[in-house]
Write a protein that binds this ligand. Sequence first.
Ligand SMILES: Nc1ncnc2c1ncn2[C@@H]1O[C@H](COP(=O)(O)OP(=O)(O)OP(=O)(O)O)[C@@H](O)[C@H]1O
Ligand SMILES: [Mg+2]
Length: 365
Amino acid sequence: MTIGWDLRLLQAVLNNAGVGLMVQDRQRRILALNPAFEEITGWSWKEVAGRECVEVFGCHTSSGKCIINKFCPGVRVIEGEVPKVSRELIINKGNGEKRWVEVTVSAIKGDEGRVEYIVSILRDISEKKKYSEELLRVKTLATLGQLASELAHEIKNPLNSIQIQMLLLEREISQHKALPQEHIRELVNRVREEIVRLNDLTNSCLKFSSSGSLSLRYEALGPILEELVALITPQASLSGVRVELEVEEDLPPVMADREKIRQALLNMVLNALEAMPDGGVLCLKAQRKEKGVKLVVKDTGYGIPEDVRDRVFELFYTTKKGGTGIGLPLAQNIVQAHGGYISFSTSEGGTEFVITLPLEKQDGA
Ligand SMILES: Nc1ncnc2c1ncn2[C@@H]1O[C@H](COP(=O)(O)OP(=O)(O)OP(=O)(O)O)[C@@H](O)[C@H]1O
Ligand SMILES: [Mg+2]
């Protein structure tokens, strides 16, 4: 084999490698990279040639901390601390997005044994990260759900007892005519209201913890939506909200727990109404999808602010006075237990939540 052939072969290997490759000098200036590297990072060779990697990729950790000098895997290899090192980090892509990558840096030494260049192998691990974050979220929710259920059970008994004692106290007071009856009744009512609130909260917690166990049957979704519309229309019209219903014809039945799906939809509908205190349009739709059915809850409310969007499915996260932050996580648990998923889109003109349910519950879903 001639040297020319060797180089061509090497070039072909680099061009076709499934992992990103980059060569840098001791100052971390970029000397070469292959097409896979360009694809993963979104930076073209022209944009980065000769530049220092720090200013291009701005590598950082999930908490946003910059990985410069001491913590940079490249620097550790250049300084001769280690011959090879791997690390997971986030880079800034050429289009401004972020991406999780795994980078393995190794040394190329000169004749005197000094590190002259470093080679980085780059793998895109965004999917893996997304999956492990989702797993963590599900685990956290399950733990919180169990805690919520235990707490709710603990709270329920003393709450019942408080309710009874309040009744006795009220009777006792009414027999002492010298006491300011009107004022005392007001106080008692306030305590009563708080008891009702606590009772509702404990019931929601109990519902949350049982949201994963389903009793499945083939269900037509149209009637569930019709029932829901009948239930909420009086409340909606009080705040000037018009309710629309669109159920596609010949919608196939799906394997579902009727009560649980109704609960999930109701939680979304309540959110929609709460987002339109001064009126608007609430639209419920059921549509056929390739392998399932889509249920849509669309409002013309104030939308979900950007800093809230990532958190709406967090248990106990709420932006409302008097909210509990259980509505959406409960809906999500129910839908996921059916093997489906929830997505949403939002703007200042309103929000659309979509439940997608498979026709058959998938095994292991
Ligand atoms: N349709 C919507 N429009 C605007 N914001 C919404 C909408 N749906 C949800 N949100 C936001 O998501 C948050 C979480 O919703 P979630 O239903 O889980 O809890 P909540 O409504 O605050 O309390 P509750 O447990 O009483 O339902 C809300 O506090 C709100 O900020
Ligand atoms: Mg809610």
